[in-house]
Write a protein that binds this ligand. Structure first.
Ligand code: UGA
Ligand code: MN
Length: 253
């Protein structure tokens, strides 16, 4: 099955660096279609160039986060959800373009995470909804489903908001395209509590967290890490330029 790898991306000093590294990872993966959605008013040539050079099959879209939902450059990263508008644009593209295709698996792969090539072979095993451990997230070395001896999911080891219906990161799951096609209203939203993006989406797809398919050798291996690129230290002048370009709200003085 084809993998549809959905990457929201926004302008910042390290954007090209992060996307270049990601493109080099993905270029090792056969049968992968990269859907890159820029958080911008229009497509940019620097992202277009990276896509072209990757030689991957790709779709290049843009969907700008509304100003009211856009974080200030100086905000801590968790004040607002990220990637909402962009992932929804990709979901609409999938609904429109893949309705006749019906096979494939959809994964939300952020531009700054680190992916072992083995995660892609795990994704291809997904029948309905697959789940696996993620490294360096939620205050832990590894956040993972906990399995019983018979291989079924009995709990999740998360310590950050463990009462979430799906206490997992965006990088921890992939779903079948058919599930997306049959649930056109399953979208991301700004209107959910912090940390509930994954849960709301997966609930709207009608998934039961204990019936997800545990992958990566029964969830004993880490094949994806929630690495985060450090926010670049920039001069005040550079930050002002960035603010103008990206539509970040006015900087607080
Ligand atoms: C965590 C999760 O891993 C994300 O999947 C989730 O979207 C995010 O929290 C959240 O709570 O919204 P984190 O590393 O904190 O991730 O988020 P970022 O990497 O800063 O952003 C996630 C993706 O959205 C990235 O691919 C980034 O380029 C993109 N993004 C970020 C935008 O498109 N616009 C923005 O203004 C910010
Ligand atoms: Mn990130």
């Amino acid at each position: 099955p084809f993998i549809y790898f959905v990457t929201p991306t926004h302008f910042r000093a390290a954007q090209k660096a992060d996307l270049t590294r990601l493109s080099y990872t993905l270029s090792h993966v056969p049968n992968l279609h990269w859907i890159v959605v820029e958080d911008s008013d229009s497509l940019t040539s620097s992202v277009a160039e990276i896509l072209k050079r990757s030689r991957l099959p790709y779709t290049h879209l843009n969907a700008r986060t509304p100003s009211a939902q856009k974080m200030k450059y100086t905000d801590p990263n968790w004040t607002l959800p990220r990637g909402v508008e962009q992932r929804n644009a990709a979901l609409l593209w999938i609904q429109n373009q893949l309705s006749g295709v019906g096979s494939g698996v959809v994964y939300f792969g952020d531009d700054d995470n680190t992916y072992d090539l083995k995660i892609f072979e795990e994704m291809r095993k997904v029948d309905n909804a697959g789940v696996w451990p993620v490294g360096i997230v939620g205050g832990m070395f590894v956040e993972t489903p906990v399995l019983a001896d018979n291989g079924s999911i009995i709990s999740f080891n998360s310590i950050w908001k463990p009462d979430r219906p799906f206490p997992i990161d965006m990088a921890a799951f992939a779903v079948n395209v058919t599930l997306i096609l049959s649930h056109p209203n399953a979208l991301f939203s700004f209107d959910v509590p912090r940390g509930y993006q994954e849960s709301t989406f997966l609930e709207n797809l009608g998934i039961d967290r204990f019936n997800m398919e545990p992958l990566a050798e029964k969830c004993t291996k880490v094949y994806v890490w929630h690495t985060r690129t450090e926010k670049s230290k920039l001069s005040k002048g550079m930050v002002e330029k960035l603010t103008k370009k990206t539509g970040f709200n006015e900087l607080e003085s």
